[in-house]
Structures are given as structure tokens and as C-alpha cells.
Design a protein around this ligand. Structure first.
Ligand SMILES: Cc1cc2nc3c(=O)[nH]c(=O)nc-3n(C[C@H](O)[C@H](O)[C@H](O)COP(=O)(O)OP(=O)(O)OC[C@H]3O[C@@H](n4cnc5c(N)ncnc54)[C@H](O)[C@@H]3O)c2cc1C
Length: 598
């Protein structure tokens, strides 16, 4: 029943009209050849893959799920062929290092593609995203020798990558991991331990699997400062990057039965004195991992947004066809036994909430991706540093807020379909199940909120926020003569004021009671999410107004954007007021109950 259409028009509008990517990419030598036309061609092609190759095996993949048998994992029917076609199309190397077979494309481009892959088939997307994350980590921190040996085959899609961090007793708190690495005479290491929840730890899609594993050396300092990063291949590889035929002593012990993303294998991985190679420096594993985590977390936000969009597409089409009851203001469709449910204000509330958050979430993801690109490609060190600081502030919000709004949108979409939303046939219940995990993995959303409030706001004494504020001021100044923007800008300034007040309150209280930071963190992340979504809506509205006045053939599209933006400002943004009240109420009511009273 579910059919997914790549949101090409939205993407085109955001990239060209809102973010002027042509200008941005032209300003950096390494992206200068990434022109409008090239972007349009690549995005269109990726859209065809999402629609034609991945969406058709999404529901069947969910029903069939991955199967485990004596250490091997079989993916559902069609996945192997799809992965092969994906790899042969060059998609595994899109953003990769050009020195090792990658195409060096910017993140802004791959972000829109990732969102489509997640929307069409989140389980499939995960195999590709994990590989991208592993290659990125390796290309940034691996020795030249390791890169030569592994990257080309990972970029070509012949081999795939994993990230092995979590252990049974160590999830958020990775400082407690127990996996050990012992140095060998030849400079390699032997790794022993158990990792759990490893996405794509074992499968039948590629001829080798390259695990990036966090482990501790025997003399390592305790806690997070004593963690190193290792590369552990499933099958051993010789110096020229060719398989020796020998199996390494790493094996999948079982796969998890779980709520959603059932066609993605989630594996227990046992390392039994497995051969491994140090990536980067000893005891720097966590900080090496963090360079990749900004990219991975961005991807999770895109998963939330993609599934929200797929749900919106279904729900809005359904609402135009399903007839129940009559419009409160009188009959709309006298020739039908009832009016389509899109006449009802409450159904519109659900659809507009979904649509407003999807567009802002996509824009925020692109904004964060643009800063990742500037921090990677810009020739000016000052510009790179500023972009890196913005990335640090934006990513925890993008990850947590987009995945929360993504899950909410899937549930709203389900509600629009009533009982039919609960039935497997329509695909909405699968979206709800598939979207839920994005709020949990890559750092649970509560931990993202704590990162935003603690490290990125309190510890930086509001410095990162000032940089973001500077960007917002610049935009506001650019619109000061646009009459039609003034009421929108007033709403924006209002919510910015609330964010400033909340920040000042928490900064002032945090020195007296450290629980104030944790107590405020989730509401603060939501407040920041709303302010950022509002910033994105200001930019979209400005671009839509400009487009509407330019006799564009897209005038109706621009008109719909303006109406959606006004809905956001009037119906969703006011929550900033109650969030400020929540934050101002402090930690007391959270911390007074004794543990045994729960
Ligand atoms: C389907 C799936 C796929 C996954 N894929 C991978 C993978 O490929 N590689 C990998 O290494 N891991 C993977 N994970 C693991 C995932 O990243 C962790 O589950 C996640 O980081 C949370 O860790 P945890 O489950 O141990 O929860 P815990 O750390 O036990 O946290 C439980 C709850 O307590 C909260 N909490 C914990 N500490 C704090 C704190 N200091 N302050 C405030 N709140 C706190 C959390 O927010 C959470 O709500 C996957 C998990 C799943 C379910």
C-alpha cells in the first residue's frame, strides 16, 4: 500500500532558494565543481533508487526480517541485489576521500540523499550509513597504510563497516567498557570481549565486514581517557588489500528480536583474541570516534525526518480520499456520501504539524550539514573554526529534536488514518516502529539534551550560542526592509528572547546546584529546537516571498509554504512560553522524591 515519492521539489527549493548552495560550493575550491545541475542530477537519480528499488522491499523486509543461523545472518529477499546495485552505482563512495576512491562530495548533498533512503527503507539505509561512518573515521584517523588497505573496497561497496562501541554494561557510559586489546610483537593487537547491539555486525550483503572497535589497552588510564580505537576485519586482508581467505576470530553470537528496523541486523559480536589494528593514537579512541559522531547523529535526525515525510505523504493522500462526516461550515462534496476528512480542522492540525516540522527539520539538517562542509572544505581557518563551533551546538539539537518530531509525525500520520493506521497493510505502523529507535541510538535524546545544556552551553558559558545568535542577527538585518517579513520576524525575536532568558536562568543557577543543568536540559533542548525551527521558517518564508513575487511557475508552491510557515508561528511556536516556565521552575520538584518512593 505504501508508495514513497522523493520530495524533489522541497529539496530543490531548500538547496537553491534558501541555502544558495551554488554560491556556497563555488566559494570553496574543493566543492567548486559541485554545480546546481550536478546536484539536481544526483538527487534525482538517488530519488529513483529510493522510490523504485528500496521502497518496494521495505514492507516485505519488515515482514521477513533478518534470520540468524549458526553465526550467519541472512537479510530479507531483495536486499542483497539492492545493495549490489547501490554499490555499483557508486553511492557508497559519495562523500569519501578522493585519494582512496571516494568522490569527495559535500555533506549537504549526501544529507538529502540519506533522508530519502531512510524514508524509503530505514533498515536498508542503516547498512549504508554505518559504512559511511566507518570510512569517515578511518579516513580521518587511520594510518596511510590502513587507509590504502581498507578504504577502496569499503568505498566500492565490496566490504562494509560497523561501529562497535556498546557493551552489555556500558551504553551511554563508554568509560566502563571491558573489551581488551593486547599488543603483539608484529605491532598488531589481539582483541577480546563482547559488544552488543552492533548494527550490520553480520550479514550477507558484502564479502567482508570491517569493524571499528573501542577497546582498552592493559595499562590504559581508567574511564573514557583510556579507550583506544581498533580496526578488526571479519576476514583477514593482506598488505595489498586482498583477502587472505583466513577468517578472523570475531563472530556474531546472535541477533536481537526488536520493535522495528527488522531488516537491519542488530548483533551480539564476540571478539575472541581477534586480530586488530590501532586506528589513530592510543587512548584517543573516544575523541577519534567523536569526529564521526557529528555525521552519524546528523544521519539519525535525517532518519526521523525521512520517516516523518513518508508518513506525511501517506496521511495527506489518505485525508483527501477518505470521506467521513461533513464540514462544520456546510457540505463540501454534495456528490459524495460524506466530505473528505481533510475538511476537519483537527485533521488539518495533524497534517500541518507534520508538514511544518518536516520542512523545518530538513532545513535544520541542511544548515548543520552546511556547517560540516564549511568546517571541512573552507580555505579560511577562521571560517572553519566558526563552522565547527556551530556544528557542536547544532548537532545535539538536530539529532534529538528531529527524531522526536519524526516519531511524533509518524504517530500523527497513523492517527490521520484512524484504525487503518494501526493495520500493517498501510505501512504507518511500521514507520512508527522504525522511527522509534532514532530517539535512542547514537546517544539517547536525553543525553543529547544534556550535552547541549552542559557541555555546549554552561561549560562554554554561552559562547557557542553567541555565534549562533550572530548568524540569526545577520539574517534579521538582511530582512529589515522587507515589509511582509516584519510580523514573522517579531515572532522570531520573541522566541529568541525566551531562549536568552532560559539560558541566563540556567547559567546563573548551575553554579549553586549541579542538578539544575540536568533538570533543565530536555526542556532547553526543546526550546532551542523550536527557536531553530523558527529560524529555518524565517529563511523559508523569506525565500518563498521572494519566489512568489517573481512570477515563478512555482507560485502556488510558495503560497503553500507561506501558509505552512504561518501555521508554525501561530500554532507550534507558542510552546516556547511554557518551556520557559518549565525551565524556570528549576530542579526541586524532580529531585525531592526518594528513589524508593518511585
Ligand atoms: C537497534 C539498535 C542498534 C544499535 N546500533 C549500535 C551500533 O551499531 N553500535 C553501537 O556501539 N551501539 C549500537 N546501539 C546501542 C545504542 O547506541 C545504545 O543503546 C544507546 O547509546 C543507549 O545506551 P544503553 O542502551 O546502554 O542505555 P543506558 O546508557 O543504560 O541509558 C538508559 C537511559 O538512561 C539515560 N541516561 C544514561 N546516562 C545518563 C546520564 N549521564 N544523564 C542522564 N541520562 C542518562 C539515557 O538517556 C537513557 O534514557 C544500538 C542499539 C539499538 C537498540
Amino acid at each position: 500500500m505504501a508508495t514513497y515519492k522523493a520530495p524533489l521539489r522541497d529539496i530543490r527549493f531548500l538547496l537553491n532558494n534558501v541555502f544558495n548552495v551554488d554560491q556556497l560550493f563555488a566559494s570553496m575550491p574543493d566543492t567548486a565543481e559541485v554545480t546546481d545541475d550536478l546536484i539536481a542530477a544526483i538527487v534525482e537519480e538517488a530519488g529513483k533508487i529510493a522510490e523504485g528499488m528500496l521502497a518496494p522491499i521495505n514492507q516485505s523486509g519488515d515482514a521477513e526480517a533478518c534470520r540468524f543461523d549458526n553465526g550467519t545472518v541472512t537479510t530479507p529477499e531483495g536486499f542483497k541485489e539492492a545493495y549490489k546495485a547501490f554499490a555499483e552505482g557508486g553511492w557508497s563512495s559519495l562523500t569519501g576521500d578522493v585519494n582512496y576512491g571516494g568522490q569527495g562530495m559535500p555533506k549537504m548533498l549526501s544529507a538529502v540523499i540519506e533522508e530519502m533512503l531512510f524514508a524509503a527503507n530505514s533498515s536498508f539505509a542503516l547498512y549504508t550509513i554505518l559504512n559511511t561512518g566507518a570510512t569517515l573515521t578511518l579516513s580521518q584517523h587511520g594510518s596511510d597504510e590502513l587507509k590504502q588497505r581498507y578504504l577502496p573496497k569499503m568505498y566500492s561497496g565490496n566490504w562494509s563497516g560497523t561501529m562497535c562501541l556498546t557493551e552489555p554494561h556500558a551504553g551511554t557510559d563508554l568509560g566502563m567498557i571491558k573489551t581488551k586489546a593486547d599488543l603483539q610483537a608484529d605491532g598488531s593487537y589481539r582483541l577480546s570481549g563482547t559488544k552488543i547491539f552492533i548494527t550490520a555486525g553480520e550479514h550477507d550483503l558484502t564479502e567482508n565486514i570491517i569493524h571499528l572497535v573501542l577497546a582498552k589497552l592493559p595499562d590504559a588510564p581508567p574511564g573514557p581517557r583510556g579507550i583506544s580505537l581498533f580496526l578488526v576485519p571479519k576476514f583477514l586482508v593482506d598488505e595489498s588489500g586482498v583477502l587472505t581467505g583466513e577468517r578472523n576470530t570475531v563472530a556474531c553470537g546472535s541477533i536481537e528480536r526488536k520493535m522495528g528496523i527488522k531488516a537491519s541486523s542488530t548483533c551480539v559480536m564476540n571478539f575472541d583474541s581477534a586480530a586488530g589494528y590501532l586506528v589513530g593514537e592510543e587512548n584517543q579512541g573516544l575523541s577519534h570516534m567523536f569526529t564521526m559522531m557529528n555525521y552519524e547523529r546528523l544521519s539519525m535526525g535525517l532518519q526521523g525526518n525521512g520517516l516523518a515525510d513518508s508518513s506525511y505523504q501517506l496521511a495527506s493522500a489518505y485525508a483527501k480520499e477518505r470521506v467521513q462526516g461533513r464540514a462544520a461550515t456546510g457540505t463540501w462534496q454534495p456528490n459524495l456520501s460524506a466530505d473528505p476528512i481533510i475538511v476537519h480542522p483537527d485533521v488539518r492540525r495533524m497534517l500541518l504539524t507534520m508538514r511544518a516540522n518536516i520542512l523545518a527539520g530538513r532545513a535544520l539538517s541542511l544548515y548543520a550539514a552546511s556547517q560540516l562542509d564549511i568546517s571541512r572544505f573552507h580555505t579560511d581557518e577562521v571560517a572553519r573554526k566558526k563552522a565547527g563551533q556551530l556544528v557542536a551546538l547544532l548537532i545535539p539539537v538536530q539529532k534529538a529534536y528531529c527524531t522526536d518530531r519524526g516519531f511524533e509525525a509518524c504517530v500523527l500520520g497513523q492517527q490521520v488514518l484512524g484504525g487503518h493506521g494501526y493495520i500493517a497493510e498501510w505501512g504507518l505502523e511500521q514507520n512508527v516502529r522504525d522511527a522509534r529507535i532514532a530517539q535512542i541510538y547514537e546517544g539517547a535524546n536525553g543525553v543529547q539534551a544534556l550535552d547541549l545544556m552542559g557541555r555546549k552551553t554552561v561549560r562554554s558559558k554561552g559562547e557557542l550560542l553567541e555565534i549562533l545568535s550572530g548568524e540569526m542577527d545577520e539574517f534579521v538585518a538582511s530582512q529589515k526592509d522587507v515589509e511582509a517579513m516584519q510580523s514573522y520576524l517579531a515572532a522570531f525575536e520573541n522566541c529568541r528572547g525566551r531562549l536568552e532568558e532560559a539560558t541566563a536562568t540556567v547559567l546563573a543557577r548551575s553554579s549553586d546546584d549541579l542538578n539544575e543543568v540536568g533538570a533543565a536540559s530536555y526542556s532547553y533542548m526543546e526550546l532551542m529546537g523550536l527557536v531553530l525551527y523558527c529560524f529555518m521558517w524565517q529563511r523559508i518564508l523569506a525565500a518563498a516571498l521572494a519566489d512568489q513575487g517573481s512570477e515563478s511557475p512555482d507560485a502556488d508552491y510558495a503560497d503553500a509554504l507561506i501558509k505552512t510557515g504561518e501555521f508554525f508561528l501561530q500554532k507550534l511556536l507558542p510552546r516556547t512560553e511554557s518551556l520557559l516556565t518549565e525551565i524556570s521552575s528549576g530542579a526541586h520538584s524532580l529531585m525531592t522524591m526518594r528513589a524508593e518512593q518511585f
